[in-house]
Design a protein. Sequence first.
Length: 285
Amino acid sequence: MTDRRDDGRPSGGRPAPNRPHGPRRPALRPGNRPGSRPGAAGRQREADGDGPAVLYGWHPVVQALGNAQRGLQRLLATENAAARLEAEFGGALRITPELVRPSEIGRLLGPDAVHQGLYLEAEPLPAPGLDDLPADALLLALDQITDPHNVGAIVRTAAAFGVAGIVTTARHAPGATGVLAKSASGGLEHVPFVTVRNLAEALIALGERGFTRVGLDSDAPESLDAVTVARPLVIVLGAEGKGLRERTRSCCDLLARIPFAGAIRSLNVSNAAAITLYALGRTET
């Protein structure tokens, strides 16, 4: 389904249902408003994961509404967005939306948020442990990638390639809410985060379970197109600029680089993740 206007109005859509508003809840306190623009309080809440997960935009919200594992707390929708939800879910919608004007959602998220008339407060998803992951899984591990746009784009790519989980640390990682969730475009509902205290120790544990650990490194002698590996497999990605930390590198079975033919010799980490997953993730076991 294609994205619609930021205010939730579909082109040529049918009228919104005549639905009562129901009891109105008090507005969120300024310190609890998600997103980066309203101020430091919003940024800190998103980074710390304190409170509900905030999802906005058509794809993140619709995927969350359709995920039985996702507990729902509060749904705000414009009239036209509510009509789209009714067409999508019918009587199966698990929560009754509060009908609001687009500006009310904009006040919660900030002026730059592309909310498409939908705002959802939800429970964080259950987080599996390393031992809960399938024995033949394809995994990603993120080494201190902190930009929520990049991590969200990686989650979206991971969902497209059937990644079973993303291993990341509790610190130096963005929360699975707000901007990250919007960039993931619904991928959060399909690829769980596995949060660990120490990434190197997690990679060692995965190696003991038989996982091949491939680190992406621009200075690696081996080209990605020459690597042949089978699952179980974990692809390890480092932050742009810093790359993989030394201890993380030492926990990899092999390091590989993306071969470049042009003048630019680097890529955004989410683009690099997509190329690597295409090259290695489709390898037959």
